[in-house]
Write a protein that binds this ligand. Structure first.
Ligand SMILES: Cc1cc2nc3c(=O)[nH]c(=O)nc-3n(C[C@H](O)[C@H](O)[C@H](O)COP(=O)(O)OP(=O)(O)OC[C@H]3O[C@@H](n4cnc5c(N)ncnc54)[C@H](O)[C@@H]3O)c2cc1C
Length: 611
């Protein structure tokens, strides 16, 4: 059991520090970034200090917000959003501790550490309280977008405040008629004649659109200029602060925008989901970010960061739900060992039942796979800007592009499934609100929906990512997967040989389907799209199996070197073996669906699908 989660006994939440360190160091190789020369001090001491302190803050400061946040929710009081008890103080702790700035430019007050390390820190807030963590997640996206597309003046004014956490950022895309179809948005931006723009329109579902955590909120708003081309080519992006400011950031008048109402929703009650009204009095001042009609390109900087962050939410909610299920499975006593159903035999903890073990292994192995996928994406983002060789830099960037829909789609689908299994472990008590398992299940439902639904992620994977570099980007990953599978097969240990064999079989299936879809895309893209979701699942399973196998190889190497942490390391191998035996063989079934079934899906009419 110690090996399964790294800590014993009853607890509601402990940041999974040992698992995080292992994935960062042994699976994705954070220290290999030393070769870029881009990070002044990436010593083991710094990495350990950052992770250790983040784990303490997540466990002691952020985790206690989770239940109260769900129960109280954010409320709209006299036109202003009030967050639940403790949220403002916890946010203050993060801001004062410099936690928002971990991966950002020191020129604007950041700590200049790798994104992969920043993501590990972000994971801890997300594990601890998903609803709370969404606020810094959106600020991160705003920092990325302003950093990449802002003028020097905009960077000077906004980056320091966002990186310090003094202000937060939001992302305003959605309108009632413009959800997945962002190009249908109608919010208007009219040049005011002084270089600014007047914004008018209503946005819905805006996370953290208003709150009482900070003195100002920086809204990034997509809108259309007069006479802009239709669709996504006519969209521009604007910075619209809640309070107007002087050039030095001192707070001035309230801008003409407000949170008109809050949505009542299934989960993440503490995260205010706002209907935002801009320009009711025709005075909502916005500042163009990037170029006119190029807003989607700017917003994609933010969205790519947010997609990885939302993928991390799948991991975070799974981790939290799992920890609770593991603890419960050791407390709850039901049933007797098979073949020993006598009255004088005491009932046993449910963790001793094979089916409960299956659930725990399923959860834990997927969590390790998700962590590998998310951290590897962040590593590729780091390498994509810091590697010295241009070809390698471009290859790393393309790897990040490929992995992003998998991180978002696969991890959030699995986050929801893990939260459901965690509830199942609780039996009826899981369905009762008091245990908290139900909250995790409710909270887990949103990440597959927002930030581009998982259906849209699957389409992105098939239509944009699969053809990258004429298939070479996928092939490069496949080659690495096959290399690791071969290494495991020939390592000499029976356990690793089993992992290697299953991984190479699964990789072969994935490679075949990928080729099939690429040719289908050229002839009949509707067929390719009908298989996209199954393909994303297949791709995610194999990629997760790859990172689990890498972890198992690293664990084996450590054991051979005499590392004393035997329980933890053998668990890495056991979990990878379980995944190889229980999950990877599903690739064959998924392959049939992934190859497309457009003919079948459109054969029945809506009437035929009715009762
Ligand atoms: C709690 C919450 C917080 C949110 N936070 C924000 C935020 O901060 N900022 C923001 O701008 N938005 C936010 N959103 C909005 C969110 O991003 C959208 O809900 C999401 O993009 C889906 O859009 P939609 O709801 O209109 O669904 P629709 O687009 O109507 O989709 C309905 C279904 O149709 C499918 N579908 C749609 N188009 C296609 C297609 N082309 N091909 C295949 N299938 C398709 C979808 O996958 C989905 O299953 C939030 C939403 C919620 C619920």
């Amino acid at each position: 059991l110690k090996g399964l989660n790294g800590h014993e006994g009853k607890m509601s939440f402990n940041a999974p520090l040992r698992d995080i360190r292992f994935t960062l160091n042994d699976v994705v190789g954070l220290k290999s970034l030393d070769r870029t020369g881009a990070f002044d001090d990436l010593s083991d001491e710094i990495i350990d200090a950052v992770l250790g302190e983040a784990a303490r803050v997540a466990t002691e400061v952020v985790a206690p917000l989770n239940v109260i946040g769900d129960q109280q929710g954010s409320q709209l009081v006299d036109g202003v959003v009030k967050t639940p008890d403790g949220f403002a103080a916890a946010y203050q702790t993060l801001s004062e501790g410099g936690w928002m700035g971990v991966p950002f430019d020191p020129a604007y007050g950041g700590q200049g550490l790798p994104k992969a390390l920043g993501l590990a820190v972000q994971e801890m807030w997300t594990d601890a309280c998903l609803a709370f963590s969404l606020c810094p997640l959106l600020s991160r996206g705003a920092i990325e977008a302003i950093g990449a597309h802002g003028t020097e003046e905009q960077k000077k004014l906004y980056l320091e405040k966002l990186i310090s956490g003094q202000w937060t950022g939001t992302m305003n895309l959605t309108e009632p008629q413009a959800g997945s179809d962002v190009g249908a948005l109608t919010t208007k931006a009219a040049p005011a004649g002084d270089g600014t723009y007047k914004i008018t329109g209503t946005k819905i579902f805006i996370s953290w659109g208003d709150h009482d955590l900070t003195e100002n909120i920086v809204h990034l708003v997509l809108a259309r200029l007069p006479d802009a081309p239709a669709g996504t080519r006519g969209i521009s992006l604007f910075i619209v602060p809640k309070f107007l400011t002087d050039d030095d950031g001192s707070i001035g008048a309230l801008n003409d925008l407000k949170c008109a109402s809050l949505e009542h929703k299934l989960g993440i009650h503490a995260s205010p989901t706002c209907v935002m009204s801009f320009g009711d009095n025709d005075r909502a001042i916005g500042y163009l970010l990037g170029e006119e009609n190029r807003g989607m390109a700017c917003m994609f900087t933010m969205m790519n960061d947010a997609r990885l962050g939302v993928g991390l939410e799948g991991l975070g909610i799974a981790e939290r739900a799992y920890q609770q299920a593991l603890a419960y499975s050791q407390e709850r006593r039901q049933g007797k060992p098979p073949g020993k159903q006598h009255d004088d035999v005491a009932s046993m903890a449910i963790i001793e039942h094979a089916d409960v073990r299956r659930m725990l292994y399923t959860m834990k192995s997927h969590i390790e796979g998700m962590r590998g996928v998310c951290y590897a994406t962040a590593m590729a983002l780091d390498e994509g800007v810091t590697l010295k060789n241009e070809n390698e830099r471009l290859a790393a960037k393309a790897r990040a592009d490929l992995l992003t829909p998998i991180a978002k789609g696969w991890c959030t689908d699995l986050g929801m499934e893990v939260a459901s299994i965690a509830l199942q472990v609780h039996g009826g008590m899981g369905y009762i609100e008091e245990t908290g398992a139900a909250q995790h299940f409710r909270d887990s439902r949103i990440p597959p929906i927002y930030e581009g639904t998982n259906g849209i992620q699957a389409i992105d994977l098939v239509t944009r990512k699969l053809p990258l570099g004429n298939g070479k980007v996928v092939q490069a990953l496949m080659d690495e997967i096959v290399g690791v599978a071969d290494q495991a097969k020939t390592d000499g240990s029976v356990d690793l040989a089993e992992i290697g064999a299953a991984l190479s079989d699964a990789a072969e299936v994935l490679g075949d389907v990928a080729k099939d879809l690429q040719s289908q895309l050229k002839s009949n893209s509707s067929d390719a799209l009908s298989g996209a979701t199954a393909f994303l699942r297949l791709f995610g399973n194999v990629t997760a199996g790859f990172y689990l196998a890498k972890g198992a190889l690293a664990a084996q190497a450590r054991l051979s070197d005499g590392d004393p942490d035997e329980a933890f390391l053998t668990a890495r191998i056991g979990l990878a073996r379980f995944f190889a035996r229980d999950v990877l063989p599903m690739t064959l079934g998924l392959a049939a669906a992934a190859k497309g079934q457009g003919d079948l899906l459109f054969a029945l009419s809506p009437e035929q699908l009715g009762p």
